[in-house]
Design a protein around this ligand. Structure first.
Ligand code: NAD
Length: 437
């Protein structure tokens, strides 16, 4: 099938490359000329494991190409995906749909013959109706169907997630649209990926409900971690103790600095606003949003407490800046709020991240960047582990201890074993584990 992918970011580029790998003919479109030029030159503008090889293979096979020219690609396509950003709107937290609607207008002008327009972007309930209205208004003659196909991939494991999804949700109000999108995913039937065909609004809401539920799970265990600290219990053992119950499951029960990233913060907020607007407030999610917001600065207070109550004039070394490992994405990363709060308290910051420093430079100010974990720690008054990259999981404690000016280690991801770190002479703090453990 001929596919046009409008938006070639984390989702569009991965989805486009994977569809091409299934054998479809895919054109990835982006209005960012720099991004398209890089892709044409064989450079991948984002860090996503395995993506460079996947793109290269499919470009070589002639199934994947890149362009800034939407019209020609859409004109030839049977399915046009919208995979543009839907960030939080400044001021009120609703999803900013301006990119989606702009794409819909451009698509409307270019479609030719029966075309299925598929929203892959995470969009609030009713957006599909509006996309349909926009296209119909601009092109009363057009034959098209608007389908919702929310994406559930995770950055850092995006290709695997796309190719072996837990489920594929297709929200369509007509059979033809549902069939075309199901056909696109046909190669995945071999992997027995369950395909759910629902109404369009149901599919749109399913994505938000999934993200809100996962954010709730994280926030739940984070609050239990705080309680563990007060009562001398161990949150990792509590998490295992509840997670082994199949009704609960072990995933998303890792206590830490609070969720961040390009999806959970904006999607929980957008769901909250949609629900309020429809007179059915999701109070649980409202609480999750507020608890998580406060948590990041609370993590900075944890660091300050570990530094004997003050970081003024001190040098704090931060390991890991991206919102999670294996991505370079800095959107809403907890490190941003933690670093700002430490800077507010008078600290100087030196940081290191294996892949995120280029993007970090664009969002953080007054941060010195190191070239590896040990040079980051050199002469610092405390070391804070914020993102659990593999490269930080087996650091040499003796070498770290020697590099640091003071042996203070704040491990916000519970990567290290408290007893061992204390044996190496660290003043070690983690999340939800007893100080004496
Ligand atoms: P992104 O910012 O990485 O990519 C969006 C791209 O769209 C950008 O490159 C931008 O230049 C381009 N674009 C915007 N308007 C355009 C237009 N009119 N024509 C052509 N290109 C245009 O965003 P992303 O992380 O890929 O997210 C895209 C959507 O997918 C969002 O709604 C997001 O919530 C959702 N999503 C993201 C993830 C994730 O892990 N990043 C996972 C699931 C769903």
């Amino acid at each position: 099938m001929r596919v046009a992918m409008v938006g070639s970011g984390y989702v569009g580029l991965v989805s486009g490359a994977c569809f091409a790998d299934f054998g479809h003919e895919v054109v990835c479109i982006d209005r960012d000329a720099g991004k398209v030029a890089a892709l044409k030159a064989g450079r991948i503008p984002i860090f996503e494991p395995g993506l460079d090889d996947l793109v290269a293979t499919n470009v070589r096979a002639g199934r994947l190409s890149f362009t800034t020219e939407l019209a020609a690609a859409v004109h030839d396509a049977q399915a046009v995906f919208i995979a543009v950003g839907t960030p939080s709107r400044r001021g009120d937290g609703f999803a900013d749909l301006s990119f989606v609607y702009a794409a819909a207008r451009e698509i409307a002008a270019a479609i030719d013959g029966f075309t299925v327009v598929v929203t892959k972007s995470t969009v609030p309930v009713g957006t599909g109706d509006e996309v349909e209205r926009i296209i119909r208004e601009l092109r009363p003659d057009a034959e098209f169907s608007v389908v919702s196909n929310p994406e559930f991939l995770r950055e850092g494991a995006a290709i695997q997630d796309f190719k072996r999804p837990d489920r594929i949700v297709i929200g369509a109000n007509d059979e033809h649209g549902a069939r075309v999108v199901s056909d696109l995913y046909r190669p995945l039937y071999l992997n027995q990926a369950p395909i759910m065909v629902t109404g369009r609004r149901t599919a749109e809401l399913t994505k938000y409900a999934a993200n809100a539920f996962l954010a709730t799970k994280i926030t739940f265990i984070n609050e239990i971690a705080d309680l563990c600290e007060q009562v001398g219990a161990n949150v990792q053992e509590v998490a295992r103790g509840i997670g082994l119950d199949n009704r609960i499951g072990t995933k998303f029960l890792h206590a830490g600095p609070g969720y961040g990233g390009s999806c959970f913060p904006k999607d929980t907020l957008a769901l909250m606003k949609t629900a309020q607007d429809h007179g059915a407030p999701v109070r649980l999610v409202e609480t999750v949003v507020s608890v998580n917001d406060q948590r990041k600065r609370a993590m900075a207070r944890k660091v300050i407490a570990a530094c004997d109550g003050s970081v003024r004039g001190k040098l704090i070394a931060v390991l890991g800046l991206t919102f999670k490992p294996n991505t370079d994405d800095m959107r809403d990363a907890p490190s941003c709020a933690i670093i700002s709060a430490l800077q507010d308290a008078g600290a100087r910051i030196r940081a290191y991240d294996p892949e995120g420093m280029e993007q970090a430079r664009a969002v953080l100010t007054d941060v010195e960047y190191a070239t590896d974990a040990y040079s980051c720690a050199e002469g610092a008054d405390a070391l804070v582990l914020v993102t659990e990259w593999d490269a930080f999981r087996a650091l040499d404690p003796a070498r770290l201890r020697k590099a640091l000016a003071a042996p203070v280690l704040v491990d916000l991801r519970n990567v290290y074993v408290p007893e061992e770190m204390r044996r190496h002479g660290f003043h070690y703090t983690s999340v939800g584990r007893p100080q004496g453990a």
